[in-house]
Design a protein around this ligand. Structure first.
Ligand SMILES: [Zn+2]
Length: 49
C-alpha cells in the first residue's frame, strides 16, 4: 500500500477516501517536485531568515 494524503484536510491515509470525505492522492517523492523550492522557503521561514 502507498501512503496517500487527503487533498482536502491534508491528513495522511492509506485509503482512497479520507475520513473527512475528501479525495486522497498518492504522496509523491519530494525530489523532482516543483514544490521543493517552496519547501526550502518554508525551512528558511522556520529558521527566521
Ligand atoms: Zn481529509
Amino acid at each position: 500500500m502507498k501512503l496517500k494524503k487527503c487533498t482536502v484536510c491534508g491528513t495522511y491515509t492509506l485509503k482512497d477516501v479520507c475520513a473527512c470525505g475528501g479525495r486522497a492522492d498518492t504522496v509523491k517523492p519530494p525530489r523532482f517536485s516543483p514544490e521543493d523550492k517552496y519547501g526550502e522557503y518554508r525551512r528558511k521561514l522556520k529558521r527566521g531568515e
